[in-house]
Design a protein around this ligand. Structure first.
Ligand SMILES: Cc1ncc(COP(=O)(O)O)c(C=O)c1O
Length: 453
């Protein structure tokens, strides 16, 4: 039997036999297709329960669930309303496979890895640096800039990278670029074959592959990239904090990598989150062991914001010209103003202060997340960075349960070039501070639902 509930001119088709789930789905559907517009007040739980002939507690739970998922907005003493910006997470039975990276934008709780706390961007420091820069920059600085980035930024970076990451960097070996995504594309144009860690982020493998490089997998174990398996002229590695597994390259492997470069190999060292080490002294860059055989890559996507699109390469001298040429031929022109502002932040010490403050905040978040995880879940890769990995018995079931709670995480299976175990890749940096606690609660709830018998 299908019941029909009328509120204003909305008809909610609902089968009483489908219970709480059915009612929730009918409401979600009405919101998704726009029959319940943002801001629409819903009947009180008492009125709706009476209309439908069901327990008031059932309606209350449905309203609560939909509020958590972002469909509804409830406030003490006011009617529950359809949320102004409704989230539209697909339901499990509509999900053909694991979520793609696009789905995290719709989720209420954003634990998708790869981004910092976006609300922590140092707006005031950036604004002061911008003001100082605009007041002091000469008119000629508004011209097309050096394709490698302004000298003042390269000088500031050379000092910062030497001090904070132990990188041997002279300014004329630095090329400032549009983030690692651009860097790996440019390097893909320069080299015929590049080995990538297995697992690694597929988007970067694909970018290098589209640029023309043959992509070859190289295994990773508990000590990091297995150097003895390297059989390509060029290899990418994430020594400080393997992405995604989170292991740190063991000391003997660091030496082995340096030895491999001495024998002619070229290493691309992706130091994407090297600033965020929690359990020991920061692990310095491998680059200092073999600066002529290693391309060091870093950027501000994890420290400040991925929206800035600023990264840098510290190159063996012979590669500076070719990298600049490829970038120029692909249409790269330097966003001089942003580069000058970043140089000011580095020189004034504001960048260091921000990184130190974020390190403390992220370590605290990691600790809160570890403390909240239910027994039986053993997180990995926790000593650094902004994410951790959780192995789960059934990746698809876990994703489904989390999606039901509108929690976005990434899934490990998509990172393998060959095949490997599934799991969840959980980023704990992105939610704003006030949303972190509820996000962790939703995560834990989803995990418990996933493993419930
Ligand atoms: C492994 C890894 N390297 C580098 C980056 C930075 O990329 P980009 O500089 O293009 O923002 C990321 C960002 O998610 C990453 O996950």
């Amino acid at each position: 039997m299908t019941g029909s509930w009328s509120s204003s001119d909305l008809h909610l088709d609902w089968d009483p036999g489908s219970g709480r789930r059915g009612l929730a789905e009918a409401l979600r559907l009405a919101i998704r297709v726009g029959r319940l517009a943002p801001g629409t007040p819903l009947p009180s739980t008492r009125a709706l329960a009476a209309d439908l002939g069901i327990a008031r507690g059932t309606v209350t739970r449905v309203y609560n669930d939909l509020a958590v998922e972002g469909y509804l907005r409830s406030r003490q003493g006011a009617p529950t309303r359809v949320a102004a910006r409704t989230h539209t997470p697909a339901e499990p039975h509509e999900m053909p496979g694991p979520p793609t990276s696009a789905w995290f934008r719709d989720a209420r709780w954003d634990l998708f890895p790869g981004r910092p706390d976006l609300s922590s961007f140092p707006r005031a420091a950036w604004a002061s640096a911008a003001r100082r820069t605009l007041h002091s920059m000469p008119a000629r600085a508004f011209d097309y800039g050096d394709p490698a980035g302004p000298a003042v930024l390269r000088e500031a970076l050379a000092r910062y990278l030497a001090r904070s990451r132990g990188v041997l960097a002279e300014p004329d070996r630095i090329v400032v670029c549009g983030g690692y995504s651009q860097a790996i594309t440019v390097l893909g144009h320069l080299f015929d074959e590049i080995a990538f860690e297995d697992p690694s982020l597929p988007e970067f493998r694909e970018a290098a592959g589209r640029a023309g490089a043959k992509i070859v997998p190289v295994p990773v174990d508990d000590d990091g990239i297995v150097v003895s398996e390297l059989d390509s002229p060029v290899a990418v590695a994430t020594p400080a904090h393997q992405y995604p597994l989170g292991v740190t390259l063991a000391p003997e492997r660091r030496s082995a990598l340096a030895g491999w470069t001495a024998a002619g190999g070229l290493l691309i060292e992706d130091d994407y989150d090297g600033e965020f080490r929690f359990d020991r002294q920061p692990v310095g860059a491998v680059q200092s062991l073999a600066p002529d055989g290693i391309v060091y890559a870093g950027g501000v996507s994890k420290t400040l914001s991925p929206a800035l699109r600023i990264g840098w390469l510290v190159l063996p001298r012979r590669l500076v010209g070719p990298v600049r040429e490829v970038m120029f031929s692909l249409g790269w022109r330097t966003p001089v103003l942003d580069h000058l502002i970043l140089a000011d932040l580095l020189r004034s010490g504001a960048y260091d202060r921000h990184v130190r403050q974020r390190r403390t905040a992220y370590r605290r978040r990691r600790d809160r997340l570890l403390a909240a995880l239910p027994p039986g879940f053993a997180p990995e890769g926790i000593s650094a960075g902004l994410h951790l990995v959780l192995r789960v018995p059934d990746e698809t079931a876990a994703l489904r349960a989390l999606r039901q709670r509108s929690v976005a995480v990434d899934h490990l299976s998509r990172y393998w070039s060959t095949s490997g175990p599934g799991g969840l890749v959980i980023g704990y940096a992105t939610p704003a501070e006030h949303a972190f606690g509820p996000a962790v609660e939703a995560l834990v709830d989803g995990l418990l639902r996933a493993v419930a018998p």
